[in-house]
Write a protein that binds this ligand. Structure first.
Ligand code: NAD
Ligand code: MG
Length: 298
């Protein structure tokens, strides 16, 4: 078995501080264009059969945190369907290639999850391509900063709600009849649920909603043996940030407010998703696992 290239060195220095230029790219950003590039565990994540034979759906699995989770899931033995916007085909094909390199099946599903009918289609195509669903990761998200509520367009508010909250509801509802005991769903929330930024009113609102949805549904599904949990990332270097996720002038200092003093990399999130998806976490239910570089959460 290949050895992990991770070392036990100081986590502060595991990655350099990112100092992105004050440059805004068009939404959705691409991993392939991220400056500096991010780490998704391509050369470091080593699986140990923790998800052997499982079938996973990861929304936003083309890039960032979702890509890191998808790569780790495949190396842990899972077949993976990734869902993404059509503009992200290049990133998606790259991640699908890494899933196949791990010897697993990759299914690529391009479309817009803010459309209810597409969410039903995602579940149907994942069932078709994977032969079942055991793990659903609702990770896709929309984050567009706005400094003044009076200038926050209604359609942006609506689309942020649809993408971050409604799609989670629609996808979970469609998948549920196909989930057996032992299945898990994992929702990506954010430290923004607890420490909402003044320029992210709509986004932060969705992240608090995701936490409540997670805990309520966890109680409903636990007796059936289906576990629902969430991961709350802190500032992670992904295409979401330079594609209007932050005011550009904030980018050079991105992540410096954390206790560890740097932004996280997507690779540092993957183990949280693997843990919550694996049967090792059988008694972890309705939990929001914070991966925030030390930013305090309740
Ligand atoms: P990312 O841009 O790599 O991933 C977001 C993905 O969402 C995109 O790749 C895209 O495929 C998908 N998406 C957005 N709108 C969609 C739509 N309408 N239909 C289909 N797919 C759509 O960035 P990321 O930071 O890895 O984001 C993943 C999740 O992590 C998001 O939920 C985000 O809110 C959350 N998060 C990120 C950070 C951070 O600092 N990067 C912090 C906390 C939470
Ligand atoms: Mg993307």
């Amino acid at each position: 078995m290949p050895e992990s290239q991770l070392s036990f060195d100081n986590p502060v220095d595991r990655y350099p501080k990112v100092r992105p230029p004050e440059k805004q790219v068009e939404e959705p950003g691409r991993d392939s264009e991220l400056d500096p590039p991010a780490d998704h565990g391509e050369t470091s994540y080593v699986g140990s059969g923790r998800l052997s034979g499982r079938k996973a759906v990861v929304t936003g699995g083309d890039s960032g945190i979702g890509a890191a989770a998808a790569i780790a899931f495949a190396r842990e033995g899972a077949d993976v369907a990734i869902v993404y916007l059509p503009a992200e085909e290049e990133d998606a094909q790259h991640v699908a290639g890494l899933i196949r390199d791990a010897g697993r099946t990759a299914v690529t599903i391009a479309g817009d999850i803010s459309d209810r009918a597409f969410c039903d289609e995602v579940v149907a195509r994942a069932l078709d391509g994977l032969g079942g669903i055991d793990i659903l990761v609702n990770n896709a998200g929309k984050q567009i900063y706005c400094k003044d509520l009076t200038e926050l367009p209604d359609d942006q508010f609506d689309l942020t709600m649809k993408t971050n909250v409604y799609a989670m509801f629609w996808l979970t509802k469609a998948a549920l009849p196909h989930l057996a005991a032992g299945a898990t769903t994992i929702n990506t929330t954010s430290v923004q649920a607890y420490l909402p930024g003044e320029v992210l009113v709509d986004y932060a609102t969705t992240k608090a909603a995701i936490n409540a949805f997670t805990k309520a549904l966890a109680g409903q599904l636990a007796p059936k043996g289906i576990r629902v949990n969430a991961v709350a990332p802190g500032p992670i270097w992904t295409p979401l940030q330079p594609s209007a996720g932050q005011p550009p002038e904030k980018l050079p200092d991105f992540g410096s407010q954390t206790a560890i003093g740097r932004a996280g990399q997507p690779a540092e999130l993957a183990p949280a998703y693997v843990f919550l998806a694996s049967p090792e976490s059988s008694y972890v239910i309705g939990e929001t696992l914070a991966v925030t570089g030390g930013m305090p959460t309740p």
